[in-house]
Design a protein. Structure first.
Length: 290
């Protein structure tokens, strides 16, 4: 089935959130981090001089050749520029997942383990880049770890593929995704607002009251027993709605910039998408025509 995001001509969610891909901006900035934290420290011409001037870099290079490339160490070019170019050529030609393999290997191999201050700074810098470029991975405990799961993505995609009769829900969710995934100027505050507004729009439709705020709409659904929903679940989303009304002034303007992050916006988008999918299925079972 062709999904909403495909029909609208925008990138698939897996590309927007960089789950099974890596665009040039992300690859370039990760390489720049390698240069800043490792390669740019080298100011000598020959590898044979490294044991005196750059022993840690020499160890790292030999480990790359021996443990990562699985090549004979004596095939390493003695001229630093040649070795550097070989590493660079690999980095920019390898698959997206191999980029993660490589930066993880470097962070755990210079000079002895990941607790070296240089490695910690490198991993922190990479995590900043990974968040900025909306990648689904982070360094956690020295390992590249996926923080956006296939299940989360599936919930968003399913919610975006709701029928045209629920167009307001589509618009809110698409806007929430666009605001979250804006690489230049992400707007987490309004992304969260759009996510909860998508839930509010659906609850209004189920409650048959387009003037009701989310709290009243859920209470109407519960009291009227329009669908079989555990009360605790409804209460949970009323609490989330209260959070968006109170915490950081998400739904009401403040003079100060709210202290919100990608994780806040992603959590709300995934949670609201899942709740929308849940309500649609429950409504169908209750014979409610949406």
């Amino acid at each position: 089935m062709e999904l909403f995001s495909h029909r609208q001509g925008i990138k698939p969610i897996k590309n927007i959130m960089q789950v099974e891909s890596m665009d040039d901006d992300l690859r370039n900035t990760l390489w720049n981090n390698l240069c800043i934290h490792y390669w740019d420290n080298v100011q000598r011409h020959y590898i044979s001089e490294f044991s005196i001037y750059y022993p840690s870099i020499e160890v790292l290079l030999k480990r790359i050749w021996h443990n990562y490339y699985k090549k004979p160490i004596d095939t390493m070019n003695n001229v630093w520029s040649g070795t550097y170019n070989e590493i660079r050529d690999y980095f920019f030609s390898c698959k997206w997942n191999e980029v993660y393999d490589f930066i993880e290997f470097v962070a755990n191999s210079y000079p002895s383990n990941r607790d070296d201050p240089a490695n910690i700074k490198f991993m922190n810098s990479c995590n900043f880049v990974l968040q900025e470029e909306v990648a689904a991975y982070r360094f956690v405990g020295g390992r590249i770890t996926q923080i956006t799961s296939e299940t989360e993505i599936a919930e968003i995609e399913k919610a975006l593929s709701v029928p045209d009769s629920l167009k307001p829900i589509k618009i809110h969710l698409k806007t929430a995704l666009d605001l979250l995934a804006d690489r230049t100027s992400p707007d987490y505050r309004n992304s969260i607002k759009e996510s909860i507004s998508a839930v509010e729009s659906l609850c209004k439709i189920i409650a048959k009251n387009d003037k009701a705020p989310l709290t009243l709409a859920i209470e109407t659904i519960e009291k009227g027993k329009k669908i079989k929903m555990h009360r605790a679940l409804g209460r949970a989303f009323i609490e989330l709605y209260s959070y968006t009304n109170a915490a950081e002034g998400i739904r009401h303007g403040l003079s100060d910039e709210p202290n919100l992050d990608l994780e806040d916006a992603r959590f709300m988008l995934v949670s609201c998408s899942a709740f929308i999918n849940y309500l649609i299925v429950k409504s169908s079972k209750a014979g409610i025509n949406l």
